[in-house]
Design a protein around this ligand. Structure first.
Ligand SMILES: C[S@@+](CC[C@H](N)C(=O)[O-])C[C@H]1O[C@@H](n2cnc3c(N)ncnc32)[C@H](O)[C@@H]1O
Length: 285
């Protein structure tokens, strides 16, 4: 499967490109999950298989459809774009539900593997892929999809890239369609984690050693979260283009959002959402 592929020089793309390099070879799909699966669902072990990996994605798709109140969305008639599809953990499930799915990712080898995953567990006839080579723009026409979805991906982008991807999600989603986007915001442990992350990303830029470091689990997990975005920051940039805005967050924490006070949006405390996460669910105006 070895192919010539463009590797980004941005430090925050390095762990993905490193895992992508491991996936860009003749390993079996189960081996790829054993080698790189932890970058998607944090699970490690010799017993892992692609099948169990995809089952975790299917469960999460079901869970978030319920938690984010998306049951009435007509997935079966819709085109869904997934930003940060990885090797297709959730994508297979989306192809089984939607009319068409576009899997978008910064790493091209992941997209190849995503096609193989969907061929086994989903509907390959409904899948197309989109390489986000610059990590911030989506090469799609305006108004060309019904929903743009993203899970545990925007937190891994530089803040300006994450905001650019939100803008792109709104641009490619048709008027009346939905954006369903997951973000990470501040928690107490960030007092230590954020500076450590910055230091680790600097180390990744070192010649030779840096690339090796970006493959190690401890270093990846410290350095890969490149931003914390509060709802107010995202909304001040995009609320004029959205309606029926909901911010879902964990019941375990308070989430203050300026626009909730003047009732231009709803905050929805929800069980089983990670306390460091929040979701923007909104209609494109
Ligand atoms: C933690 S994984 C999550 C993958 C998938 N959403 C899942 O839950 O299994 C993050 C994914 O985002 C991709 N990614 C990171 N930065 C990106 C960017 N700027 N644009 C598109 N994809 C990106 C990575 O390559 C990786 O596949």
């Amino acid at each position: 499967m070895k192919s010539r592929r463009a590797i980004s020089l941005h430090a925050h793309h390095l762990p993905w490109n490193s895992a992508g390099n491991l996936a860009d070879n003749d390993l079996t799909a189960d081996d790829v999950v054993r080698e790189t699966g932890w970058v998607f669902n944090n699970e490690t072990g010799d017993e892992l298989t692609l099948k169990t990996f995809v089952e975790t994605g299917d469960k999460e798709v079901q869970r978030y459809i319920r938690l984010l109140q998306l049951e009435s969305f007509r997935f079966e008639d819709s085109t869904l774009l997934e930003i940060g599809s990885g090797i297709g953990r959730m994508t297979s499930s989306f192809t089984n539900r939607c009319n068409a799915v576009i899997a978008a990712d910064v790493d091209s080898a992941f997209l190849e593997r995503c096609r193989q995953t969907v061929a086994r567990f989903g509907r390959i006839d409904r899948l197309s892929t989109l390489h986000v080579a610059d990590g911030k723009t989506l090469g799609r026409h305006d108004d060309s999809v019904d929903m743009t979805f993203s899970y545990i991906t925007l937190q891994h982008c530089q803040p300006q890239d994450a905001l650019s991807l939100v803008s792109e999600a709104i641009r490619v989603t048709r008027s009346g369609g939905l954006v369903v986007l997951n973000f990470r915001t501040w928690v107490r442990s960030d007092i230590a984690l954020v500076p450590l992350g910055i230091a680790v990303r600097r180390l990744w830029k070192m010649p030779i050693l840096g690339r090796r470091l970006a493959r190690w689990r401890w270093s990846t997990r410290l350095g890969w979260q490149a931003n914390r975005l509060k709802p107010d920051i995202v909304l001040e940039n995009f609320k004029s283009q959205l309606s029926d805005i909901k911010v879902f967050h964990s019941v375990k924490r308070k989430m203050s959002v300026a626009d909730a006070l003047n009732k231009t949006l709803k905050t929805v405390p929800t069980k089983r959402i990670n306390p460091s996460h929040w979701w923007l669910v909104a209609q494109v105006s």
